[in-house]
Design a protein around this ligand. Structure first.
Ligand SMILES: [Zn+2]
Length: 260
């Protein structure tokens, strides 16, 4: 079997230029390395105005979201393997999800505009995501994360990125028993190796995936961080690519040659 290294968490877009994060920018960072593909998520600032907590929505932002999501769909067919995630916001525009989408991004930080969890469109969106069997990369405040996992979408495949560091902290999810749930996954982007090591020791290596959080993290150094942790070869391969490939339902033998 041909083993591929896939970055399970990278941002990619051409509207938010600070920092630059187009496909070409990403490839500039990984050229010559072993990274063969990436989960691409639109930049947050192409989806909603994260600097205005009272922001609601308008036609201009609807267009900005649509072009952010469709840019990622246009990247298929290159030698570098792209797994686009659909970034959902308060219009819950699930009708824009296509067969090419491999997952959903659901994201907000404290002080950013809130998701309307009580909007009936929210529950129908969750139904549609479930029908399509797509994993949700959920970056939210701690309380909202727990509500989503326990009440809104029980059993759904969820990725809590950064080992929970931006969802209220790794330890909180340890105490709440969340990492033990078979449907909860995580990624290693910008996570200290001490926490990655603790996670693997407690919960095993089948639900944790290498990610970079490009452009905030550097894909190659985030990959080296995992490679240098001294894991056995099978654990390393699982974290660096096999887990994300299995989660996204891709066949392990697919994929193109070296993009460099
Ligand atoms: Zn991110």
């Amino acid at each position: 079997m041909h083993f591929r290294i896939i970055d399970a968490h990278a941002h990619c877009g051409i509207q938010d230029l600070y920092p630059p994060q187009s496909l070409e920018d990403y490839l500039d960072h990984v050229r010559g390395s072993e990274i063969r593909g990436a989960v691409f998520i639109p930049p947050v600032f192409e989806i909603y105005d994260r600097y205005d907590p009272y922001f609601e929505d308008n036609a201009q932002w609807v267009r900005r979201r649509q072009s952010a999501n469709s840019y990622l769909l246009s990247l298929g067919g290159t030698r570098f393997e792209v797994f686009p995630f659909f970034f959902i916001w308060n219009d819950f525009a699930v009708e824009e999800i296509s067969e090419q989408h491999k997952g959903i991004k659901w994201h907000r930080h404290p002080d950013e505009p809130v998701y309307h969890y009580d909007d009936p469109r929210c529950s129908s969106a969750i139904r549609e995501i479930r029908r399509r069997n797509l994993p949700v990369c959920l970056e939210e405040e701690f309380g909202h994360t727990l509500r989503f996992i326990r009440d809104l979408a029980p059993g759904m495949s969820i990725i809590i990125p950064h080992c929970g560091l931006l969802n209220g902290g790794y330890e909180g999810f340890v105490r709440a028993g969340i990492w033990e749930l078979p449907n909860i996954h995580t990624d290693t982007s910008l996570v200290p190796s001490s926490i990655v090591g603790d996670y693997v020791q407690r919960y095993g290596h089948s639900r944790i995936m290498f990610g970079s959080d490009f452009p905030f993290g550097d894909p190659v150094s985030e990959m080296r961080k995992i490679q240098r942790m001294g894991f056995p070869e099978d654990v390393k391969q699982a974290i660096l690519g096999q887990n994300v490939i299995r989660l996204l339902g891709e066949s392990p033998g697919e994929g193109g040659p070296d993009p460099s």
